[in-house]
Ligand binder design. Structure first.
Ligand SMILES: NC(=O)c1ccc[n+]([C@@H]2O[C@H](COP(=O)([O-])OP(=O)(O)OC[C@H]3O[C@@H](n4cnc5c(N)ncnc54)[C@H](OP(=O)(O)O)[C@@H]3O)[C@@H](O)[C@H]2O)c1
Length: 288
């Protein structure tokens, strides 16, 4: 069986390629090999590769930059997935696409289910929501997996930024009034593969288990990073409010995702984010 993975080199694509189930060949294409905005290039690549499954891990994820560059955000996050879904339908491939907790406005105080009303607060979330709709319009049987707060040893993410700042300064200020769930790219890749292989369709959610603020996440990175030998000392983490750290894009204050549909399809539950973080940092520490 063959899978085409887009966005190679990114956090999720790297883990999708590394964690392919037995019997699957993966062709992972980076942006320089396949720009998903280019409909003709997408058609050619999909026709040439003729994959059983397309896993779209390519995205424009610069949440703040998207506010001043909506054309690029929509081209990558809406038109690109539409191109892939159209090409998939043409050759009879299945397609799995990844979306975000930022499709929600964060006004709820209980976990968001896949059917909850969406209302993105910024361009990134709106462009990703438009991507979901575009994929479903072109390929009604598509799998769409929303996730949140993704981190891992590859690519750019909050955990790596924190480790760098903590090592440089010994002290960081982090917002404490945005609540979500840190999610390792490894587990996200495993869940995407498992759902795709189970033939899941429609919208589902995956994050690690538990709930945290960015402040909680940073504190845990400091403690576990020190325990793993990645930080010389446990850093000081100072909680601040979103108001004290203004950004171009508004972010949901609460974006915990309800994962029950995923759990019941796969008959398994994700591990708690803190233990998963310990494992990721432990492996990074063992390699240094
Ligand atoms: N990161 C998070 O916290 C988070 C949270 C919720 C949802 N998600 C979703 O999870 C998925 C995976 O995200 P990630 O964290 O793995 O992101 P990532 O590490 O930034 O990877 C995205 C990849 O897409 C590539 N890309 C950008 N524009 C492209 C284009 N026009 N054509 C082809 N490739 C292109 C990037 O290449 P370049 O490096 O060359 O630009 C990069 O390799 C995305 O759908 C994202 O929206 C992520």
């Amino acid at each position: 069986m063959k899978a085409l993975v887009t966005g190679a080199g990114g956090q999720l694509a790297t883990e999708l390629a590394a964690r392919a189930p037995e019997g699957w060949d993966v062709e992972a294409l980076a942006r320089r090999d396949l720009d998903i905005r280019d409909a003709t290039a997408v058609d050619d690549a999909v026709a040439f590769s003729s994959p059983d499954l397309i896993l779209n891990a390519a995205a424009y994820v610069a949440v703040d930059k998207a506010e001043s560059d909506p054309d690029t955000a929509y081209a990558v996050n809406r038109d690109g997935p539409a191109n892939l879904a159209r090409a998939a339908a043409r050759v009879g491939s299945r397609i799995a696409h990844v979306s975000t907790d930022f499709v929600f406005d964060g006004q709820k105080s209980r976990a968001y289910t896949p059917d909850d009303a969406t209302n993105p607060l910024g361009v990134y979330g709106a462009s990703k929501l438009a991507g979901e709709a575009a994929v479903r319009a072109e390929a009604p049987a598509a799998l769409i997996l929303r996730t949140a707060w993704v981190y891992g040893p590859h690519g750019n993410n909050f955990m790596k930024t924190m480790l760098r700042l903590m090592a440089e300064r010994g002290e960081v200020r982090v917002v404490a009034d945005q609540i979500g769930t840190p999610t390792a790219a490894t587990g996200l890749a495993d869940t995407l593969w498992a759902l795709a292989l189970a033939g899941a369709r429609g919208v589902h959610h995956h994050t690690d288990a538990g709930v945290a603020s960015w402040y909680d996440f940073a504190e845990a990175i400091g403690e576990e990073g020190h325990a793993a030998g990645l930080l010389a000392a446990v850093p000081r983490v100072i909680p601040i409010s979103t108001q004290a750290f203004p950004t171009p894009a508004r972010r949901p204050a609460f974006s915990v995702l309800d994962k029950s549909s995923t759990w019941s399809l796969l008959d398994r539950r994700p591990a708690h984010w803190r233990g998963v973080l310990r494992g990721v940092l432990g492996e990074m520490g063992a390699r240094t």
